[in-house]
Write a protein that binds this ligand. Structure first.
Ligand code: IPD
Ligand code: CA
Length: 259
């Protein structure tokens, strides 16, 4: 059954990608506005979400939908698409080639299927519950880095953190001297996809939204990785505080970021 939903995720992500590629580095600055401080939205985000939503509805008209730009809509059931039509909007607006489309399907148990598509690199990451994770059609797995010391990490520090930036900063200071390197590339969904495929050994961020995380979490878990919130618990979808990584690095990362 999940096969068809997974194909719908991929078709929708690719439809969004077509729209976005038409705007990349050609975006009219007048189409960009600020939702809140430093949180941008453009015509490209909105058009991408419209085609992703339409494509998903064409395949599965009864499912609910949560998208970054149009919010919650549709259906009564427990099945819900969770979509970020352009993750890495600031990169996109500035012309930095690092952004993606993220499409996930969730039910009452959590993530069922997910797809993250990076059209500039033609990198397609997909996973479905209990069926493993795949990178351009090949099985993918998290890294084998044995622990936090010497790990290659991703993180994010959004302006939306507000006063929580101090807590973030404290965590960063604890992790920094132990890591081989830390990247802040500007797309949470790609940070998770790149953790799932073993490029990064771990990733931590505060203040995420459900659409930033939903597909990437399925990828990491199906690739053999661990996901918790900053306390090591399961509340990350509600709190937006997330720690991901391979089974050796992730628990050490959680321990290191405790106040
Ligand atoms: C943002 C990116 C960024 C993360 C922010 C997100 P957007 O999503 O994923 O890496 O640090 O918290 O809001 O706004 O580009 O869709
Ligand atoms: Ca996002």
């Amino acid at each position: 059954m999940i096969q068809q939903q997974q194909e719908a995720c991929i078709a929708a992500a690719k439809a969004g990608a077509e729209v976005l590629l038409g705007y990349f580095r050609k975006l009219d600055p007048a189409s960009v506005s600020e939702k809140s401080k430093n949180d941008l939205v453009s015509e490209a985000d909105r058009k991408s979400e419209a085609v992703v939503k339409a494509e998903l509805a064409r395949h599965f008209p009864g499912y609910r939908f949560l998208g970054e730009e149009t919010g919650d809509s549709g259906g009564e059931g427990e099945l819900r698409w969770i979509v970020d039509p352009l993750d890495g909007t600031l990169n996109f607006v500035q012309g930095l080639p690092h952004w993606c489309i993220s499409v996930a399907l969730w039910d009452a148990q959590g993530g069922l299927a997910g797809c993250i598509y990076d059209p500039l690199r033609q990198d397609l990451f997909v996973a479905a519950r209990g069926q493993g994770a795949f990178w351009n059609g090949q099985p993918m797995a998290v890294s084998r880095q044995p622990g936090l010391d010497g790990a290659f990490l991703a993180t994010g520090f959004a302006w939306q953190l507000g006063s929580r930036f101090q807590a973030y900063n404290q965590a960063l200071c604890a992790v920094f001297p132990r890591a081989m390197g830390i990247r802040r590339a500007g797309s949470a969904a790609l940070d998770l996809a790149h953790t799932a495929c073993g490029i990064y050994d771990g990733y931590f961020e505060h203040g995420l939204k459900q659409w930033d995380m939903a597909a990437g979490v399925i990828l990491v878990q199906e690739a053999g990785g661990l996901i918790t919130d900053w306390q090591g618990g399961a509340g990350w979808m509600e709190s937006g505080s997330l720690v991901a990584g391979n089974p050796a690095v992730q628990p050490e990362l959680v321990a290191a970021i405790q106040p």
